[in-house]
Design a protein around this ligand. Structure first.
Ligand code: PLP
Length: 632
């Protein structure tokens, strides 16, 4: 069975091979070929690249570009829609140079454009986007420099749209345009009244901090008309929020926005373009729209519904079909990167170390717990849920009392330990019985979430999965090998920061959201390696990550396949220790000097020898040059 839901969230890009390894489907020539992630990691290790490593797959990015653009092209063809689709990629979702290069190079056949939300993003966009048929949409707050850059790019033949986020931006844009002798191409971001579900619903709706409300919109129209510049208003834009799980909410928003668009045409604005922003969701958990990490529609349905909604409204209003822009980010880049980590250690949940011998002087509470344990041997078919609940209540009561008596000095250390062992063996037995006597979400069931192993993974949640920490985002996590074996343990995944938030304890698997993940039992003594993949991390994660505990960027590599051979390109070493220290204003040379002074005074006071000093300094220098993650 598909325990980890890879058939749901993997979207055909990821799967499990008959050998029990996670494979990624990469294009070898024209044909997709499954490539094992373990094989990729093996090749990386042979080349000296250590885990954790972020692996990027350009093929998946290109597939997503195709899926989105072709989705719109076929929906347009089918509906005989008169406008064009001209998507733009929002740079903020993954700003890496490789992404922008691919979007502009590979996306050129679709005239796929870029969305820039800040000056640095526009500066990057202008260096790569030279297609006069693609759009560059400028969102975000704009100063004079930003506006001038956009207007100059327009002068040079690019289609740059300046989107008004606030009414006050208009005066500056008009002033700069007059000075530069350019008629600007203007868009306006509108605050829809339709609110949608999902974590980012606050980006849309009346309460949104972004965009103009209806009276501000009319103010802009009137001002442009007064200036004789209503022909410059070309585009209506809105953004509902990212990851909209429900297609109905998308339809509602498109319908409202198209009504506004038609109203603007009737006001005399030139228009021609409707920009629906982002929001196209992907499934991180396979729950088909029931959670904010899922989606109840695919790209094809999204495209068809958008076209249908716009067609309906424009037909009623008698307005020509606009060209359509979407700013899908997450849906284009999420699949592109996978983080592979190795497990460093396991803290197993062990209910007890074996049989406990009590004698008649042992505290009564221990005898009581032992009596509860005798239930284990009884005929399970006679056990009712109520009886299991009673055993649970009694065990908790005796254990708590034992702890209190320990605090009063009435129970010794060894006796307390015996009591705790019996308590946990009772809890383990109860959690095994819940399957047959039924779950009801009680405290008794929540207790089983405590009874999990801790697997220590070589990564930092804060650096590599900031959304998991900040907004409880679920990412698919699973072993990349040993998938023919049944996992025998249940684990929470801890990172190597010493922060209690540095863990993953929410997983989607087996059709549920669970507090632990079924994992295999690695035998580290035999030198076994156990590796997990954390998937769908291509959107938003890389640059939002931070340096908590001074764990820096991971190693990165782009992987493709040619004639059956793996190609490793654009390998980038992760941050070294001296680099992360310099980010927080240490000077690595000064650090070494200070440490050397300490070592020298230890030589003078004869704590260490001069030779030892040389070795210690060598280790310190190697530490400065090394990877910030656990090195093997
Ligand atoms: N456009 C704008 C204005 C945004 O703020 C965002 C991100 O929230 C996006 C597009 C990308 O959204 P998504 O990643 O959901 O496609």
């Amino acid at each position: 069975a598909d325990l980890y839901g890879i058939r749901e969230w993997g979207h055909g890009y990821f799967d499990v091979s008959p050998k029990g390894e996670v494979v990624v489907n990469l294009k070898d020539g024209k044909k997709p070929k499954p490539v094992s992630l373990s094989e990729i990691v093996k090749g990386l290790r042979e080349r000296g690249t250590q885990l954790p490593v972020l692996i990027r797959f350009g093929d998946l990015l290109r597939w997503r570009i195709d899926e989105l653009n072709e989705g719109f092209h076929s929906a347009i063809k089918e509906a005989k829609y008169q406008g064009l689709y001209r998507g733009v990629y929002p740079i903020k979702v993954n700003q890496q140079q490789e992404v922008i290069e691919e979007i502009t190079r590979y996306g050129r056949k679709y005239h796929y454009g870029l969305e820039a939300g800040s000056k640095p993003e526009l500066i990057a966009a202008l260096a790569y986007m030279h297609d006069p048929e693609a759009y560059i949409v400028c969102n975000g707050y704009k100063d004079e420099e930003f506006i001038d850059l956009a207007l100059n790019a327009q002068k040079m033949g690019l289609q740059v749209i300046l989107v008004l986020e606030m009414p006050s931006e208009l005066a500056l844009i008009l002033e700069r345009s007059k000075k530069m002798g350019v008629r600007p191409t203007l868009g306006v971001r509108f605050r829809l009244s339709a609110e949608s579900a999902g974590y980012w619903s606050g980006s849309g709706g009346d309460a949104s901090v972004f965009g103009l409300n209806i009276s501000q919109l009319m103010g802009v129209v009137d001002h442009l008309r007064d200036q004789g510049m209503l022909d410059c208003l070309r585009m209506l834009h809105y953004h509902q929020g990212s990851q909209i799980p429900n297609i109905r909410a998308i339809r509602q928003a498109v319908t409202e926005a198209t009504r506004v668009y038609c109203g603007l045409v009737k006001e005399g604005a030139r228009m021609g373009i409707l920009d629906l922003g982002g929001g196209l969701a992907i499934s991180y958990d396979g729950f088909k729209g029931a959670t904010s990490a899922s989606s109840n529609y695919g790209t094809k349905e999204y495209c068809a519904d958008v076209i249908e909604a716009i067609t309906e409204v424009t037909a009623e209003a008698g307005v020509p079909h606009p060209d359509i822009i979407t700013e899908s980010g997450r849906a284009v880049v999420a699949y592109y990167s996978v983080l592979v980590i190795n497990i460093l250690d396991v803290n197993r949940f062990e209910p007890g170390r074996g049989k406990i011998e009590l004698h008649k002087d042992s505290p009564q509470l221990l005898h009581n717990l032992a009596e509860l344990r005798e239930e284990f041997g009884k005929d399970a078919s006679k056990l009712t849920r109520d009886r299991v609940q009673e055993i649970y209540n009694d065990a908790v009561y005796y254990r708590d009392k034992l702890r209190t008596e320990f605090n009063y000095g009435k129970v010794g250390l060894r006796e307390r330990s015996q009591g705790e062992e019996m308590y946990w063996s009772i809890m383990t037995w109860i959690s095994g019985k819940l399957e047959s006597v039924g779950h009801d979400g009680s405290q008794m069931e929540r207790m089983s979430t405590v009874m999990t192993d801790y697997y220590y993974g070589n990564f930092s949640v804060f650096q590599s999965l900031p959304d998991l920490w900040a907004i409880d985002q679920i990412f698919p996590v699973m072993p990349i090998h040993r998938l023919k074996e049944k996992p025998t343990r249940n684990a929470v995944l801890s990172d190597i920061t010493c922060d209690s938030d540095g863990k993953i304890d929410k997983f989607a698997h087996g059709g549920e959201i669970c507090g632990s993940l079924p994992l295999h039992d690695p035998d580290f003594e035999k030198g076994e390696d156990y590796m997990l993949g954390i998937f769908l991390v291509g959107a938003y994660q890389e640059t939002l990550g931070d340096l908590h505990n001074l764990l820096g960027d991971t190693n990165v590599v782009s992987v493709s396949i040619e004639n059956g051979k793996l190609k490793y390109r654009r390998e980038q070493e992760g941050d070294s220790v001296s680099e992360v220290l310099s980010y927080v204003e240490y000077d690595p040379k000064d650090l070494a000097t200070r440490f050397r002074n300490l070592a020298e005074s230890a030589v003078v006071s004869k704590r260490i020898t001069a030779t030892e000093r040389r070795e210690i300094m060598g280790a310190y220098d190697a530490g400065l040059r090394g990877y910030t993650y656990f090195e093997t």
